[in-house]
Design a protein around this ligand. Sequence first.
Ligand code: FES
Length: 240
Amino acid sequence: MYEGVSEGDVLQISEPKNRFPLNEDTAFSVLFAAGIGITPIVVMAERLHDLGKRFVLHYCSREPADAAFMDRLANSAYVDQVKFHFTHGDSRRRLNMLGVLEQEVAHPLDVYACGPGPFIQAAKAAAMAVGIPDERFHSEHFGAVSHPAGTDQGFEVYLDRSQRSVWVPADQAITQVLKASGVAVETSCEQGVCGACLTTVLAGTVDHRDLYLTPAEQAAGTCMLPCCSRAKSDRLVLDL
Ligand code: FES
C-alpha cells in the first residue's frame, strides 16, 4: 500500500470480516479487556447498552494514563457497568477473573476477552473453571503463538484438487510455499488469528499453532490454518 498506492487510485476491497462477533441474544455478557484490547470491547459495550442487554465490562491497564477510551467510557451512559483495574505495576492488583465469573455464573452468560496472550489464557482458564462452554467464550488475540526457533522440519503437502505436491521447508509457512507455487490461498493476518486461510485437511496430522480454532476443532484435525500451522506427519493432504 505504502509503495504502490497513490492519491486518487481506485481500489477494490472486500467487506470487512468479523471474527469476534457479539452474541446479541445473550442474557448477560462479561467483557474483559486489557490495554488496547479495549478497542473492540468498547464497541461491544455500546451495542449491548443500546440493545438494553445486561453486561459488565472489566478494563485492565497498568496506569490510567496508559488506558484508551477513558473519556468515552467515563462519560458513557453505562459507566456504572464499567470496572477499571489499574495494577500500577503490582501483579497482586491484577483482576481476579475467576472471582468475577464465579459471581456471575448463576445465569447463562457469554464471556469476551481481548488483550495480550497471557490475559486471554487467564480469561479462558477462568471460563473453563466455572463451566462456560467453548461456544460462549469469545476472544481476540493480538498476535501468534511463538515457537522455539530452529525446531521445525520440512514436510510434503499434497494438493488434492490440483493433484500436485509441494515441499514446505523448515523456514517457510505452507501459505508462503503455496503462493510461490501459484496456488491461490486467501490470507490476511498470517498469524493464525483471523481464520482467513482456513483449509480442509483430508489426510495427515496437523501441528496446530493458531489461535483461531477451538481445542475441539484442533483435535478433530479436519481443518487447519496453513499460514502458521505445520505438520506432525511427513505429509499433509489438503483440499486445495
Ligand atoms: S491468514 Fe489469518 S489465520 Fe491464516
